[in-house]
Ligand binder design. Structure first.
Ligand SMILES: *Cc1c(COP(=O)(O)O)cnc(C)c1O
Length: 327
């Protein structure tokens, strides 16, 4: 059984309806993960907390992250570590380091003071291994968020975040006597989607959970990674899983707009409209792109008279990075 570990953050995000004219009888709702009360919010608050709890459960006392300082996950993890007085180290591939693009996240990362360990893109495993050794020699019990030096073994940990969030969605439905026919959200590494689909499989309820791909990752590969996340979580928690459950993974790959971080004028217009109409901050890499994809999909598939939930996965610093960009 999993231990209930102490939470530093009270998770519970707000779901509310969106104001929209003539959507073919569809009612749009939004789940404001961007308002989770820590480090500017976002899905990485839940995911980061899962990693942090796992680190504690493993009896480790220092955090090793792979990523870059512009990432929402690195910001949240470095922030959690600072809060708890846990040293945080970040391996960053040199290629990305050299871009040296300042963003709101990278500025916050400087405040948070995680030690950056540069490495070559083809030397990640070696660098993880060396760093773990060095930290052990220094007397630490380091925790690498992705598991082995090859980045495997820990897939089930972040998945727990959205299995739990899925329960919150179901509780909201029960309270309000409402049923969401569709859930849409931006899908990147797939951890969020693995969790939502995992929660859906456990509940055995009826709806379509659709991830809008925001990076150039191939659809088949993305699907496999999402499935592996689900398998890993179910195994870890000794839950039954059938191979046909894989059919519950739905991904849209037609709204990538050129790949990670790329966008078009329609996405920028959408972001502006969404702020004006509903007062919601979106960014062109994740939420703005996925919201735009969702709206196109609803139109193209002529979906009508449905309750549709969009999960706002956060990225508030990215909203400000983009502010003033009229395209
Ligand atoms: C990381 C991230 C995503 C993607 O979530 P995954 O679990 O990686 O698929 C979506 N939106 C925002 C704002 C993110 O930071």
């Amino acid at each position: 059984m999993r231990k209930e570990s102490k939470k530093v953050i009270e998770m519970q995000s707000k779901i509310h309806s969106l104001i929209y004219p003539n959507q073919n009888g569809n009612q749009l709702f939004i789940m404001r993960e961007d308002l989770l009360p820590f480090s500017l919010g976002g899905n990485k608050v839940r995911i980061g907390q899962e990693f942090f709890d796992d680190m504690t459960e493993q009896g480790c006392d220092c955090m090793l992250v792979y990523g870059n300082s512009r990432s929402n996950l690195c910001r949240v993890l470095a922030n959690l570590c600072w809060t708890k007085g846990v040293p945080c180290f970040m391996i960053s591939s040199r290629e990305e380091n050299e871009e040296r693009i300042e963003t709101n996240n990278s500025r916050l990362m400087r405040w948070l003071g995680a030690e950056v360990i540069p490495c070559e893109k083809d030397q990640i495993a070696e660098t993880v291994e060396e760093t773990m050794l060095r930290l052990r020699k220094q007397g630490y019990r380091p925790y690498y968020i992705y598991g082995s030096k090859f980045g495997t073994g820990n897939e089930g940990v972040p998945v727990g975040a959205y299995v739990k969030a899925y329960q919150e969605i179901c509780e909201y439905e029960a309270e309000r006597g409402i049923h969401f026919d569709y859930i849409f959200f931006p899908s990147g590494t797939g951890a969020t989607q693995s969790g939502l689909v995992g929660g859906h499989l456990l509940r055995k309820d009826c709806r379509k959970i659709i991830g809008v791909m925001i990076s150039s990752r191939e659809k088949e590969r993305a699907e496999r990674i999402i499935w592996e996340g689900i398998e890993s979580y179910f195994q870890k928690n000794r839950l039954p899983l059938k191979s046909e459950d894989r059919a519950q993974i739905h991904l849209l790959d037609q709204y990538k707009a050129g790949g990670y971080g790329k966008y078009n004028q329609e996405i920028l217009n959408q972001i502006r409209e969404e702020f004006c109409r509903n007062g919601i901050p979106m960014d062109p890499t994740y939420t703005g792109k996925a919201f735009w994809g969702m709206k196109n999909y609803l139109k193209e598939k002529e979906i009508r008279d449905s309750n549709i939930l969009f999960i706002h996965t956060g990225g508030t610093p990215l909203f400000y990075d983009n502010l003033g960009n009229e395209g």
